[in-house]
Design a protein around this ligand. Structure first.
Ligand SMILES: [Zn+2]
Length: 195
């Protein structure tokens, strides 16, 4: 599956259903409704690549849409039957793919706690960067992530940005030491909060 991409320096917008206008949208079934009245207040940054360390294929898309052939790669054995998703996936070239409308709950955080609150999926938006934890993220990814973050912060009352490792310490290590938090947060105009 080939995903088109427009420009690195775009102005993004999100509609009332929580869909980003500049993203390719591929619906993941791995989502459900947020608790009634829930406020979206947290962004969670992750990384993923499938197979691990390979960046050009579509296996993350297949994984998030429950179509991954788990016999294809030894690393996929543990993914059999795993149903996860994220709202957004930012590829190495900065292309943004959306899998879940922001208004819905994506299944990205797992068992998690943020400032005393459990089940971070309830109140967060998950953004996956295509990466493997040892290779730096690309300029295009930072550009897209910053634009996406500003767009989300303008649309939702987001108070905090955290890494998956911050909300699931000991269990998760992403986005890892290769993610340059300073570069990211210093690039943000509208949303510069990180606890
Ligand atoms: Zn993660």
């Amino acid at each position: 599956m080939r995903i088109g991409f427009n420009s690195l320096h775009f102005t993004m917008d999100i509609d009332s259903a929580g869909l980003l206008d500049s993203a390719a949208f591929i619906l993941s079934p791995n989502c459900d409704e947020r608790p009634q009245g829930e406020i979206i207040g947290l962004l969670v940054i992750h990384y993923i690549s499938l197979p691990p360390g390979q960046f050009s294929g579509d296996d993350v898309i297949q994984f998030f849409t429950n179509r991954l052939d788990c016999d294809f790669h030894p690393a996929y054995k543990s993914l059999q039957g795993v149903k996860v998703s994220a709202h957004f996936f930012i590829r190495r070239d900065g292309a943004v793919i959306q899998f879940v409308p922001c208004e819905k709950r994506a299944w990205h955080a797992g068992i998690s706690t943020w400032q005393g609150r459990e089940r971070c999926n309830d109140f967060s938006i998950g953004i996956e960067l295509e990466g493997n934890g040892t290779v730096p993220f690309t300029d295009a990814q930072y550009t897209a992530l910053i634009s996406l973050t500003e767009c989300l912060c303008a649309r939702y009352p987001i108070q905090h940005i955290a890494g998956h490792s911050d909300i699931a310490p000991g269990r998760k290590s992403d986005p890892g030491p290769c993610f340059d938090w300073k570069r990211y947060t210093s690039g943000l105009e509208v949303c510069r909060t990180q606890d």
